[in-house]
Design a protein around this ligand. Structure first.
Ligand SMILES: CC(C)(COP(=O)(O)OP(=O)(O)OC[C@H]1O[C@@H](n2cnc3c(N)ncnc32)[C@H](O)[C@@H]1OP(=O)(O)O)[C@@H](O)C(=O)NCCC(=O)NCCS
Length: 187
């Protein structure tokens, strides 16, 4: 049975615990130590991606936002408070901050979690007086690009290339080189 759709963008309350609640029972909150334990149990990844994201938050450079519903985590993203990650993006948009590592678990895609994570990030950025928020996307990632365009992120023509290694569920390493375009939204 398909899980019930959430209603993205419809925030019903904002608790003092730094959590943003959405209709349908989804909550977006800044990852706590307890949340990290739950993520490691319920959304295990080959290289402890949640642990790496949490370490960035602990170094005060990022906020690790996680979407939850009663039966577990749905997705996550990092708000990079030090600005755009790519060198070209940082030069072109020095006052812009970036949301990266947006990911929703495959079985929960299309239910509004990605939208809710991004709108929560926008709200946190506005709270800090930030006026521009960016995401970056590869030309092949049409699903993410559609979501970003729908939410008002505009293409800039600014491209950065990054190379990285990742390990799949079978333990094999892959080398990737990606070109991503920066998309920017005025908040
Ligand atoms: C890109 C990604 C994060 C989007 O997350 P998501 O939770 O599926 O996003 P949403 O549900 O908010 O929006 C996606 C689509 O679902 C639809 N949707 C949103 N809420 C919905 C609802 N309540 N009911 C039905 N459909 C809904 C939206 O209309 C949207 O359609 P679109 O293709 O026209 O934009 C997810 O696909 C993902 O994790 N992809 C792999 C990793 C990745 O590419 N990350 C981005 C790197 S740049």
């Amino acid at each position: 049975m398909l899980a019930a759709p959430l209603q993205p963008g419809k925030r019903i309350s904002r608790a003092e615990t730094d959590a943003t609640m959405f209709d349908g029972g989804m909550e977006i909150r800044t990852c706590s130590e307890r949340d990290l334990e739950l993520l490691r149990e319920e959304w295990p990844t080959p290289d402890d991606i949640a642990g790496a994201h949490y370490a960035q938050q602990q170094s005060n450079t990022a906020t690790f936002l996680v979407a939850w519903e009663a039966n577990g985590p749905l997705g996550w993203a990092l708000i990079q408070w030090r600005g755009c990650v790519g060198a070209n993006a940082k030069t072109a948009f020095p006052d812009c901050i970036e949301v990266n590592h947006l990911q929703v678990r495959p079985e929960h895609r299309g239910r509004g979690a990605g939208t809710a994570i991004l709108t929560t990030a926008e709200e946190q950025a506005r709270d800090r007086g930030i006026t521009q928020l960016a995401v970056s996307v590869t030309a092949e990632n049409t699903a993410a690009a559609r979501l970003y365009r729908r939410l008002g992120y505009q293409p800039t023509g600014v491209v950065d290339v990054c190379s990285y290694r990742w390990r799949d569920d079978q333990g094999s390493w892959h080398d990737e080189t990606e070109s991503s375009e920066l998309l920017v939204k005025e908040l």
